[in-house]
Design a protein around this ligand. Structure first.
Ligand code: NAP
Length: 299
């Protein structure tokens, strides 16, 4: 069997076209969706992620405002910048680009984001509401994965999904969403991590394997069953002297090997990545429409 590729770029494009209509409707009502981005320091990867997010917002007709602080900025100054974005009426979504130069500050800064503007879905209020099935912004990467599955007509109801990785950014919220009693949930979920005794034992039983460990080629062909659906979240830089930048991007799966055994698979890049930014735009639009503050639809 040769797997079909789940084309994240194409699915993201379709979703952005759908959102353009909603953005136009909001603008007719005098609402111009806005995203506020807080960047601390000059980490090249963070700078490039922020540029990509702002570019995508611009293309979607969403206004964005950036506050860029030096890596040496003290905690109080970072909090003040977050509050500044929270209180800006033209801003509907506030994003703190992670990692912060001092990771110890992250929890406090994320908690300073107003839950009504928490477009990354990482505030404890958002996480709690998601757990309870209440209206909430869903974290962008897990939500993007649900969209990839839905739009590739992969049924999650009754499926056994094995997720490798339990971070609060990806694995945990994804496990919650997939196990929820809902159209995009109803799956039986196994959550693996670095203390799982025999990961292959679990992944071999899965209808859907989702790799989110940040370990290049962790999931190999012998670890999945014939016809499984594979979603690769990992983005790893692997040294490659033949590449212009001296490295290339590699996922958490052995793509070439799995391709001969899976029924559907996401590539890296071009799978989950484009969906993450798309769901950020989605959450900003939902926030502008008052979806969470007004008690509207979730996700
Ligand atoms: P993270 O916070 O480092 O979490 C990694 C998780 O994987 C942890 O739960 C860890 O277990 C588990 N793990 C690590 N090595 C393992 C192993 N050998 N076997 C089993 N489990 C293992 O990472 P993250 O933020 O969730 O991101 C995961 C990957 O996805 C990274 O490559 C990241 O770059 C990528 N990512 C991509 C996007 C995108 O838009 N494409 C978005 C977010 C993240 P413990 O908890 O036991 O340590």
């Amino acid at each position: 069997m040769t797997a079909k590729i789940i084309d994240g770029k194409a699915i993201a494009r379709t979703m952005r076209e759908e959102m353009a209509e909603e953005i136009a409707r909001l603008k007719q009502r005098g609402i111009h969706p806005g995203l506020g981005v807080l960047l601390v320091g000059d980490d090249p990867a963070s700078c490039s992620y922020v540029s990509a997010k702002e570019k995508a917002c611009g293309e979607a007709g969403i206004h964005s405002r950036q506050i860029h602080l030096p890596a040496s900025a003290p905690y109080d100054e970072i909090l003040a910048a977050t509050h500044d974005l929270n209180s800006d009426a033209a801003i509907h979504g506030v994003l703190v680009q992670l990692p912060l130069p001092d990771p110890k500050m992250e929890r406090g800064v994320l908690q300073a984001v107003s839950p009504d503007k928490d477009v990354d879905g990482l505030h404890p209020v958002s996480a709690g509401r998601l757990m309870l099935g209440l209206p909430a912004p869903w974290p962008c990467t897990p939500h993007g994965i649900l969209q990839l599955l839905k739009r590739s007509r992969v049924k999650t109801a009754g499926a056994h999904v094995v997720i490798v990785g339990r971070s609060s950014l990806v694995g945990r919220p994804l496990a919650n969403l997939l196990s929820m009693k809902s159209e995009q949930g109803n799956a039986t979920v196994t959550l693996c991590h670095s203390c799982t005794k025999d990961i292959a034992y679990h992944t071999r039983q899965a209808d859907i394997v989702i790799a989110a460990a940040g370990r290049p080629k962790l999931i190999t062909a012998d670890m999945i069953r014939e016809g499984a659906v594979v979603i690769d979240v990992g983005v790893n830089r692997v040294e490659d002297a033949s590449a212009k930048k001296g490295y290339r991007l590699c996922g958490d799966t052995d793509f070439e090997g799995l391709r001969e055994k899976a029924s559907l698979i996401t590539p890296v890049p071009g799978g989950v990545g484009p969906m993450t930014i798309t769901m950020l735009i989605y959450n900003t639009v939902q926030s502008a429409a008052g979806a969470w503050s007004g008690g509207g639809a979730h996700g």
